[in-house]
Design a protein around this ligand. Structure first.
Ligand SMILES: Cc1cc2nc3c(=O)[nH]c(=O)nc-3n(C[C@H](O)[C@H](O)[C@H](O)COP(=O)(O)OP(=O)(O)OC[C@H]3O[C@@H](n4cnc5c(N)ncnc54)[C@H](O)[C@@H]3O)c2cc1C
Length: 413
């Protein structure tokens, strides 16, 4: 097939949602650079346990569209509240200190939100209390939430993020759910789009396996790949490329450690490797009650640890310092992500450079009613999430339907 109605570029959450919205009405092909579906949603099965190396939490679960998809496809939802909403392990973090830290976060969050109402954007680090006792841990939290330290974080972008505070999990894995939702689609794996020629009325998309023509295309690749020219446009789209460069991907990585004789450690608990520095892992002990520990690392620390596959060693050293040297023999690294090194992502989730929160709308804007854009980075309020990606995909699909109906009423009615 050399000609279709719509080409969707990228089979991540946004591309799958867009293609599923269009598939019943139009001919749709999804081009995917990897040898798998899901992109930054990726469940790795290990000894019967689904390990989510990318997204794991259904954030804003009470309004998250993936919950309805899960129910339709028979995926069980686990509504256990996340470890960050409950008291952390008290080994190195007493209950009183946790209260104190939580108050410090609330005060910081209020100052950031007040600052975001000003016309002049600022880095969030400007709103830390000078000499504040918990500043390093607040910074560490930013690396988990945003993938960057607070000195890189735009207060305006951060304040626009919407969160209902309800977080659930997919028992078989978030990545597995998104892959299952793609089952009816025509997805061409190992087929990266390299150039979109939009000079003529019909679009022409080049791949190493040949070209494909279409009436419209939805681009859902991460902004990093538009910024660095891995996916090019002819004629060039400098405003789009500039917007993509203003929305880089921060870095967060996960490492999974199997745990022998797990019963002496509490289930579903968070343990910070340290509470006095930014460069620390956060450990989710026995998620789902399973015998493993899920480590989370963000920002500069994750970037350093990716260089030499250092997550397992770093995590075991931190856990041994807290739980005693004997724990070393009981911990076995199973898997770790390296999203910055992944050529089809180059990072984990988008943040806006200071002064650039409005670039999300620029990235999302259609070009000539033929070229449409989706992906988490295009979402103004739900960026950095799989449900934000879903929503942006559906918005782009609706824009395609509207544009094609206007052009040729019988084809898309
Ligand atoms: C460690 C980590 C933890 C996370 N935790 C959560 C969480 O708990 N909850 C949550 O909601 N979100 C989380 N996220 C974020 C979430 O995974 C992403 O926001 C979401 O999956 C992005 O979907 P997308 O479709 O926008 O992009 P992607 O998933 O990146 O999809 C884009 C697709 O395009 C493909 N592609 C790239 N270049 C080309 C090309 N030239 N041609 C064809 N295809 C191409 C890519 O391979 C990819 O499949 C996490 C992410 C990471 C990395």
């Amino acid at each position: 097939m050399h000609e279709v109605d719509v080409i969707v570029i990228g089979a991540g959450a946004a591309g799958v949602a867009a293609a599923r919205r269009l598939d019943a009405e139009l001919s749709v092909v999804v081009l995917e650079a990897r040898n798998r579906i899901g992109g930054r949603a990726w469940t790795l099965p290990h000894a019967g346990l689904p390990l989510d190396l990318g997204c794991g939490w259904l954030h804003s679960a009470d309004e998250n569209e993936w919950v309805a998809v899960a129910k339709t496809l028979g995926f069980v939802i686990d509504p256990t509240p996340p470890p960050w909403s409950r008291r952390a392990h008290q080994l190195n973090f007493s209950a009183a200190d946790q209260e104190d830290f939580s108050d410090a976060w609330d005060r910081f969050d209020e100052r950031v939100r007040a600052a975001a109402r000003s016309l002049h954007d600022r880095p969030a680090a400007d709103f830390l209390e000078p000499g504040g006792r918990w500043n390093a841990l607040l910074d560490a939290l930013s690396t988990y939430i945003n993938g960057v330290e607070l000195d890189q974080l735009s207060v305006q972008d951060f304040a626009r993020y919407r969160n209902t505070g309800v977080n659930w999990r997919v028992a078989r894995g978030y990545g597995a759910l998104i892959e299952a939702y793609a089952a009816p689609l025509d997805v061409r794996l190992n087929c990266p789009a390299t150039l979109i020629d939009h000079a003529a009325r019909r679009l022409r998309v080049s791949t190493p396996r040949g070209t494909l023509d279409a009436r419209a295309a939805i681009v859902t690749v991460p902004p990093t790949l538009i910024a660095d020219g891995a996916l090019r446009f002819a004629p060039a789209l400098p405003a789009k490329q500039e917007a993509a460069a203003a929305l880089p991907l921060g870095l967060a990585d996960k490492a999974f450690l199997a745990l022998d004789r797990p019963d002496d450690l509490p289930v579903q608990t968070r343990l910070f490797g340290a509470v006095d520095r930014t460069a620390t892992g956060s450990y989710h002990v026995r998620p789902f009650g399973a015998p493993f520990i899920e480590g989370y690392f963000g920002g500069k620390l994750a970037r350093e640890l990716e260089q030499d596959d250092g997550f397992g060693v770093f995590a075991i050293d931190q856990l041994a310092a807290l739980l005693g040297n004997d724990i070393r023999k009981r911990l076995h690294p199973i898997a770790a992500s390296a999203w910055a090194r992944d050529p089809h992502a180059l990072g984990s989730y988008s943040y806006a450079r200071v002064g650039c929160a409005d670039r999300r709308a620029v990235l999302a804007a259609p070009v000539d009613d033929r070229l449409f854009f989706a992906g988490e980075a295009c979402s103004i309020h739900d960026f950095s999430t799989a449900h934000g990606a879903y929503r942006s995909g559906v918005v782009a699909a609706e824009q395609v339907l509207h544009a094609l109906r206007a052009r040729l009423p019988q084809a898309a009615s």
